[in-house]
Design a protein around this ligand. Structure first.
Ligand code: AP5
Ligand code: MG
Length: 218
């Protein structure tokens, strides 16, 4: 499986990616998570990326492409979350490997600010949740770890992230439509319902691949 998850900040890419990776045994590659790991570890890349991320701007293409290229070069099964995010990044992916499908998580923009400013992340297991699901608790429901708020989940930075999305990432919708790879998913619904739709799409994809292989050998 070689899948891309496309969508605005807060569309639910990370939430769905965790479920897809577990169900379909694919590596979950999130550039946001990889960059935050570099910031935490104080690497040179982390130092360079931090100022862009805090401002809600995209990290320069060459840095992000180098980060992902090695991971996907020889991998058979992966799910890209938050990458590619520019046409330049998409072209780089096309030079490295053949993507099967691009799932575009569509959502009404008015839902995003609440989702992002209310998001909490577990320091221990990185699980993502929302304050409305915590009922006042301040620990992770999965592992009991402490929760924190991402430093870019404040109103000002979210607005900049949205601008970057519309200007630099939304053009990828047309890019993948032209490649006949884009499938829209309504992600403004309950997370379990969104996953059911994604599951159906990905199961159908396996059926199609088996029939194509059968045709080839019959
Ligand atoms: P990144 O970490 O990728 O952030 P993002 O794209 O802004 O997306 P988010 O992670 O904020 O949202 P999500 O869609 O994953 O939503 P989630 O599932 O968590 O990137 C951060 C920064 O890194 C960028 O701004 C940039 O600077 C840099 N960067 C990263 N990749 C880059 C690249 N390729 N090129 C250049 N720079 C790059 O859900 C959000 C909230 O909503 C949670 O609280 C969740 O519980 C809730 N929620 C999710 N689904 C539902 C649902 N169905 N119903 C109700 N609530 C829901
Ligand atoms: Mg995410």
């Amino acid at each position: 499986m070689k899948i891309i998850l496309l969508g605005a900040p807060g569309a639910g890419k990370g939430t769905q990616a965790v479920k897809i990776a577990a169900k379909f045994n694919a590596a979950h590659v999130s550039t946001g998570d990889l960059l935050r790991k570099n910031i935490k570890e104080g690497t040179e890349l982390g130092k360079k990326a931090k100022e862009y991320m805090d401002a809600g701007r995209l990290v320069p293409d060459e840095l992000v492409i180098a980060l992902v290229a090695d991971v996907i070069k020889d991998a058979d099964s992966f799910l890209l979350d938050g990458f590619p995010r520019t046409i330049e990044q998409a072209k780089a992916v096309d030079r490295i490997t053949e993507i099967e499908k691009v799932l575009n998580l569509q959502i009404d923009e008015t839902l995003l600010m609440d989702r992002l400013t209310g998001r909490r992340v577990c320091k221990e297991c990185a699980a993502v949740t929302h304050i409305t699901l915590l009922n006042g608790a301040d620990k992770c429901a999965l592992c009991g770890g402490s929760l924190y708020q991402r430093s870019d989940d404040n109103e000002t930075t979210v607005k900049s992230r949205m601008e970057a999305y519309y200007k630099q990432t939304a053009p990828l919708i047309e890019y993948y439509e032209k490649q006949n790879k884009l499938i829209n998913v309504n992600s403004g619904r309950d997370s379990a319902d969104v996953f059911k739709d994604i599951e159906k799409i990905l199961m159908q994809r396996s059926v199609n691949r088996v029939s194509a292989a059968e045709k080839k050998y019959n």
